[in-house]
Design a binder for this molecule. Structure first.
Ligand code: ADP
Length: 481
């Protein structure tokens, strides 16, 4: 099958979170199954990959706000896997993906309307007739709307749409004047089956309403988003489409996240021989300015967007007390300034036990996964989450709140691969860390936890097959009329 895959971030070209990892790895896994996949994404100012090559095509689109366009660039990653970049300096030629220190970019509706319409025009220019247009998150919602309301012609005549929700909380709201700015028909500004949401335009909703099939990134999250507590106002819509909503857990890129050959590590290790992990721990402590001695003390870590979702506040509420046990903690993260300040203060108060690195550093994130003993993910909610899987692959025991994809990918209990806790409360997190300390005191038992984690198969192959089955069902339905 032919798949046109739209995403606002694609590893290794651009990344703010898990969407990038998925958009890098899932298309590769689909290509390995024999499908032709073209990924379309913006060429942000920071995308400077030397492999970028012209396709010889240029795009031009006329919106009511003006005409935009530019060259279509490409990086071919394998015979069946190509990433297409929309080059348009007026919209993308600035640092940042969605915003800067001043906040969200004020023209994001234009930037992502161009991604959507540009991707469809790119397919036309290249003569690429997709069976499936796979959309991801709010930035791509308008493509579903466009395909349902007129763009479904030429090479797109057979195209059916799959829309994947990576995080329901980010919906892409805009004032209703963007209907005119983008040239959207006012009749679509309706609540029941249109883009209207509390008198605003909601681009995620456009994707949910106008796509043929919906997916999200874990089975548990697929259930959770149908409840008022986690539905962010869209649970009714999602319950109405429950038959067309599928939860498929993300995989991880096992080429990139393999401690046996990870170039970011000072020493390699793997199942059966974890000895290199000690050197990674020493290097990690050194990089975070902590004493390298005291290997007998456990090292806890987190890598996270510093956002409400991630439970950073819960972590901060229990850490001071837990530090009295002598444990050490390192955090790699960036995000909301008040969390950054609180972490910095914690590191200043406990200079020999707490190390904090504020910023986004992919290489360092590999070292953190490799060098830590335990990995903390106390999320309020978590659509899928990736670091708990990276942790297991790296022999690091994850401590997770049992929600969303964390519940689906970390096994608890005495024969588990990690430690799970339920209520979003300090006492529950504290008890989970105490459990980890008890495990630390029994090296043989800890070793078995690590080995079970490392033995798990988190590769994309199984999940890619589930997407393939959905694509086939949709394409079959299209052919059957
Ligand atoms: P989300 O997409 O909600 O942020 P995920 O767990 O799905 O959460 O994916 C987050 C991805 O971003 C992981 O690959 C994680 O390692 C990475 N990441 C998050 N923060 C940082 C950071 N400060 N530096 C490097 N990588 C980070």
């Amino acid at each position: 099958m032919k798949v046109l895959f739209l995403s606002s971030e694609v590893h290794p070209f651009s990344k703010t979170g898990g969407l990038a990892d998925v958009s890098g790895a899932l298309p590769a896994a689909l290509a390995a199954l024999g499908h032709d996949v073209k990924v379309v994404t913006p060429r942000y100012a920071d995308v400077r990959d030397p492999r970028l090559a012209p396709t010889g095509h240029a795009l031009r689109l006329r919106f009511p706000f003006g005409e935009v366009g530019g060259p279509l660039l490409s990086v071919r990653l394998s015979e069946r896997h190509e990433v297409l970049f929309l080059d348009c300096p007026a919209l993308y030629g600035r640092p940042g993906l969605y915003g800067d220190a001043q906040g969200e970019f004020p023209d994001n509706e234009r930037r992502f309307a161009y991604l959507c319409a540009g991707a469809l025009q790119a397919a036309q220019r290249l003569g690429f007739a997709p069976d499936i247009v796979h959309l991801n998150d709010w930035q791509t919602g308008l493509a579903a709307l466009a395909l349902k309301t007129g763009f479904r012609k030429g090479v797109l005549a057979q195209a059916r749409t799959v829309f994947t929700v990576h995080n329901l909380a980010y919906q892409g709201y805009f004032p209703k004047r963007v209907m005119e700015e983008l040239g959207l028909p006012w009749e679509l500004f309706r609540s029941e089956d249109g883009v209207e949401f509390y008198d605003q335009v909601n681009l995620l909703k456009a994707g949910l309403v106008f796509s043929d099939l919906l997916t999200t990134v874990s089975p548990t999250y697929a259930q959770e988003i149908q409840t008022p507590e986690q539905g962010y106002g869209l649970d009714g819509l999602l319950r109405g489409r429950a038959q067309e909503l599928h939860g498929i857990v993300n995989g991880i890129d096992v080429q990139e996240w393999d401690p046996r050959k990870d170039p970011h590590l000072p020493a390699r290790f793997g199942p059966g021989d974890l000895s290199g992990k000690a050197a990674c721990k020493r290097e990690l402590l050194r990089r975070f300015g902590l004493p390298e001695s005291g290997a007998e003390r456990p090292l806890f870590a987190t890598i996270t967007r510093l956002a409400h979702q991630k439970g950073v506040d819960l972590l901060l509420s229990v850490l001071p007390e837990l530090l009295s046990t002598g444990l050490r903690f390192v955090a790699l993260g960036s995000g909301e300034p008040h969390y950054e300040a609180a972490l910095r203060e914690l590191a200043e108060a406990y200079p020999r036990q707490v190390g904090v690195h504020l910023g986004f550093d992919v290489g360092l994130s590999h070292l953190v996964e490799a060098g830590a003993d335990f990995f903390l993910m106390p999320s309020r909610y978590e659509p899928c989450g990736l670091n708990q899987m990276y942790s297991q692959a790296y022999g690091t025991v994850p401590i997770v709140r049992a929600t969303g994809g964390l519940a689906d990918t970390v096994e608890g209990g005495p024969e588990g691969t990690g430690i799970r806790f339920g209520p979003f409360e300090p006492a529950a997190l504290r008890a989970a860390v105490q459990e980890a300390l008890a495990l630390w005191a029994e090296p043989a038992r800890l070793q078995r936890f690590r080995e079970r984690g490392m033995a798990r198969d988190f590769s994309w192959a199984a999940s890619a097959r589930q997407y393939e089955a959905l694509y086939q069902r949709l394409a079959g339905a299209a052919q059957g009329g």
